[in-house]
Design a protein around this ligand. Structure first.
Ligand code: ZN
Length: 120
């Protein structure tokens, strides 16, 4: 992957094919120089053309968010399947309010794993 310099992807998500594209891979990582999240989507169009979308910061988050339903599996999922109980990969935060106006804060990943971080 590339931003301020070239670096290794933290995780690679393999996306399901759609009508137009196949061999779709979404790489995510953090730039070691500016520490922004970077997402890179590489996919092959039906007519043999190659498409690459590379975004950083908030836009990288949006790109992952947009495609998260299409993720079939990830590199880490294969490598760390036995640790599946805890969130891993691209972890994001969710706040849930309960009765009595309490808020529970969870860390979640795209595989449905979540962990309670704090409640207040
Ligand atoms: Zn950078």
């Amino acid at each position: 992957m590339r931003h301020c310099c070239s670096f290794r992807a933290d995780d690679i998500y393999f996306l399901i094919d759609n009508d137009l594209y196949s061999s779709r891979r979404l790489s995510i990582g953090f730039c070691p120089i500016c520490s922004k999240p970077v997402a890179e989507l590489i996919q092959w169009r039906f007519d043999g053309k190659y498409e690459k979308i590379s975004l950083a910061g908030i836009k990288a988050n949006d790109l992952v968010e947009k495609h998260k339903k299409e993720i079939s599996y990830s590199m880490r999922q294969i490598n760390y399947a036995r640790f599946k109980a805890k969130p891993f990969g691209w972890v994001y935060g969710i706040n849930k309010s309960t009765k009595n106006d309490k808020v529970r804060q969870y860390a979640c990943d795209f595989y449905g794993n979540k962990e309670l971080i704090k409640s207040f």
